[in-house]
Design a binder for this molecule. Structure first.
Ligand SMILES: *[C@@H]1O[C@H](CO)[C@@H](O)[C@H](O)[C@H]1NC(C)=O
Ligand SMILES: *[C@@H]1O[C@H](CO)[C@@H](O)[C@H](O)[C@H]1NC(C)=O
Ligand SMILES: *[C@@H]1O[C@H](CO)[C@@H](O)[C@H](O)[C@H]1NC(C)=O
Length: 459
């Protein structure tokens, strides 16, 4: 046998040991499995017999088959699963008893009682437990554990006989009420527990006014007329206790408790989720209006990002120096250089003249080369403008809106049947389409109409 085979066998053995330790059955459980296995085997083989034959013989044969040795051997072969150690052990030890039951007692006695309680003596009769088969606890009640629980290990010599109570019940006999339950009815032999109102920890009844003590997260609120009467009301921990949450978080009340949640990125301490709920602002933002942290627009100072063709882009709490449109940062020199992709068509004429000035939409442009590019700068919208999120209509959008209204009016006039207005309607519709198309091809268009390009051609 090779070493690998050896290891395999060893690990299988180990597995078997671990298995038998972790889920070993008690002898009684093994015996019950055996009894069930035998009964199942009997049931499955009850319609079989020794094989075909004429009817006269059959009844006699069937009688014989019922108690035949062959049938029993077959049944016992499959009665226990292989891994059920206790089952197999009892089968081995009690084969004679089983055979006796099979031959003589099948109709007279239940197999489990006969085998497990009387002969093998590994189980106890129902509702008894332990080595001496004591009665499960009842108290004065007629039922085990007051009918509100189970007797642990009942019927097993290894059982503990403790009452395991249902929800709401407690005590050795399950005749007490658990926390948050009250006795809604009880006499010497019977008990019924009912859940308190959700605000009570202990109570005398199910009503909100019947709390004895309040649950955590709730506090007593006394009646104005009757000093003794009170209700339990949700406590706002955030108001009643201070400093529940760490710096950088704020407190929100929940039913029966509270939660801590993160402040907005703009503040270091706050009382709510947004940047309008700040006590202190993070560096990079400033409080101009009480409790509101506004991002500082570093780009507005104009004294940063002074590299050639660089633009300042404001970010929350910070700013970035990026290359202007159609320029790219050269990885070697770190300087902004014309983007080779459009270099052939777009050559800036006087890069030395560096009087920086920003157009309204934040586009970078140089000296007298500045021109109105508002229509084309939508993607870089509001870089240096209002740092807030409110969007206003651009000129371009207003123009489009007016155009749409005009087309609508023309359309209405045309609908009356006038040839002239119909013509006007189609004409304006067509030109609007053209305009829209030219807007889309903005880049191509711009590269030809741009002053740089023109100057270049003139030279
Ligand atoms: C206790 O209450 C139960 C349930 O109502 C009832 O069946 C039983 O007779 C009562 N026992 C006594 C002693 O009053
Ligand atoms: C709870 O108590 C109030 C006042 O005592 C009463 O009006 C109400 O009906 C009670 N509710 C229940 C479910 O017993
Ligand atoms: C935050 O602001 C409060 C006043 O609103 C002030 O007392 C506190 O010292 C500030 N904390 C920090 C860390 O600046």
């Amino acid at each position: 046998m090779g070493i690998s085979n050896c290891i395999l066998v060893l690990s299988l053995l180990l597995l078997g040991i671990i298995n038998s330790i972790s889920c070993e059955k008690t002898p009684c459980e093994g015996c019950k499995d055996l009894a069930l296995g035998i009964l199942k085997g009997l049931d499955q083989s009850k319609n079989k017999n020794f094989g075909g034959g004429d009817t006269a013989w059959e009844e006699k044969r069937d009688l014989k088959f019922r108690t035949s040795e062959t049938r029993l051997v077959e049944i016992l072969e499959t009665a226990c699963t292989k891994d059920n150690y206790q089952c197999n052990k009892i089968l081995e030890e009690r084969e004679d008893d089983i055979e006796k039951w099979y031959k003589d007692l099948q109709d007279k006695e239940a197999l489990q009682d006969y085998l497990c309680v009387k002969t093998a003596k590994v189980c106890c009769p129902e509702n008894t437990f332990g080595e001496d088969c004591e009665e499960c606890p009842k108290g004065d009640s007629d039922s085990i554990c007051f009918g509100r629980g189970k007797c642990e290990g009942a019927g097993d010599k290894q059982g503990s006989g403790k009452c395991i109570c249902e929800a709401g019940y407690a005590g050795d006999l399950c005749n007490e009420c658990d926390e948050r339950y009250f006795k809604s009815f009880s006499n010497d032999t019977y008990v019924m527990c009912t859940l308190c109102h959700e605000t009570c920890q202990t109570c005398t009844g199910g009503n909100a006014t019947e709390c004895e003590t309040c649950r955590t997260g709730y506090r007593e609120e006394h009646d104005t007329d009757d000093e003794k009467a009170f209700k339990c009301v949700d406590m706002n921990e955030c108001v009643e206790q201070r400093d529940l949450c760490p710096v950088g978080q704020y407190c929100t009340n929940t039913v029966g408790s509270y939660k801590c949640e993160d402040c907005s990125e703009s503040c270091t301490s706050c009382f709510g989720p947004s940047r309008r709920h700040c006590y202190n602002c993070t560096s990079g933002s400033i409080m101009r209006i009480p409790y509101m942290c506004q991002d500082i627009d570093e780009c507005a100072s104009g004294a940063i990002c002074l590299g050639m063709y660089e633009v300042c882009v404001n970010t929350p709490g910070h700013y970035k120096c990026e290359c202007a449109r159609f320029f790219r940062r050269d990885p070697v020199s770190g300087q902004c250089q014309p983007d080779p992709a459009i270099y052939s068509r777009y050559v800036p004429e006087r890069p030395g003249k560096k009087t920086e000035k920003k157009s309204e939409d934040g586009e970078q442009c140089y000296g007298d080369e500045c021109h109105d590019r508002k229509d084309h700068g939508a993607s870089r919208h509001s870089v240096a403008g209002s740092s807030d999120d409110g969007d206003s209509l651009s000129d371009n959008e207003i123009k489009k809106l007016i155009f749409a209204v005009v087309i609508c009016l023309l359309g209405t006039a045309a609908a009356k049947g006038s040839m002239f207005w119909t013509l006007m309607f189609f004409l304006s519709f067509f030109s609007a389409g053209l305009w829209w198309a030219s807007d889309k091809t903005d880049k191509i268009y711009e590269s030809f109409s741009h002053p740089h390009f023109k100057q270049h051609q003139e030279l």
